[in-house]
Design a protein around this ligand. Structure first.
Ligand code: FNR
Length: 186
């Protein structure tokens, strides 16, 4: 099983990206987690470009289509998700009839240096993904005071590592159910 992991932050030293590195380690045997690095290359969504889709957009759509599931780690910017991440969701939600996000199992983890863990960003991202037709995991994971949970750039807090591992396990289960349902329907 292949999981595409998308960090919502471009920042060098991003905690969101650090959480995804931890998810790579914590994923169960047989589950490969690949971190997507192309958010900054995507042009701002413009429906006029759909007739000749830019290469970075094609690459994003292909990677999402090829993945069995997505794991998105978002920070919170001004009580919402970062613009670059929303842009990626918009590109992946179109064209509606063949959108790479449609039916895709997705889990969301938000984080913040504040105690609230970017709850608003997580909620808004899940809502956008659901509207785009993704199969969004209900489980909510909002990691507060994230700065205190890292040591030497890596997620060190055992309780948070367990919660992240459980989120990945639930995502894998959701993806397996989706595959079984598709196999039955075929
Ligand atoms: C923030 N930050 C922030 N945090 C939060 O909990 N709620 C918020 O509304 C905001 N707003 C906000 C806006 C902007 C423009 C920036 C740059 C930052 C702080 C943010 O959570 C913090 O910088 C995180 O560490 C960013 O995530 P990464 O880059 O570590 O993944």
């Amino acid at each position: 099983m292949r999981v595409l992991a998308i960090p919502g932050s471009l920042r060098h030293g991003s905690y969101s990206r650090g959480l995804l590195r931890a998810a790579q380690e914590l994923a169960p045997y047989g589950v490969e987690v690949e971190i997507y690095d192309g958010l900054a290359e995507l042009p701002i969504y413009n429906e006029d470009l759909e007739s000749a889709v830019p290469t970075p957009v094609e690459d994003l759509r292909t990677r999402i289509s090829a993945a069995d599931a997505l794991l998105i780690a978002t920070p919170e910017y001004n009580a919402s998700i970062p613009g670059g991440l929303k842009n990626a969701v918009d590109w992946a939600s179109r064209p509606r009839e063949s959108a790479s996000l449609a039916g895709k199992p997705v889990a969301v983890v938000s984080s913040s240096p504040s105690p609230f863990g970017g709850t608003w960003a997580g909620e808004q991202l899940r809502r956008s993904l659901a509207i785009a037709g993704a199969r969004v995991l209900d489980r909510e994971l909002a990691i507060g005071k994230v700065v205190e949970l890292f040591d030497g750039g890596e997620l060190a807090d055992e309780a948070t590592r367990r919660e992240l591992a459980e989120l990945v396990d639930d995502l894998v289960e959701l993806a397996s159910e989706a595959q079984a349902a598709e196999a039955l329907a075929a």
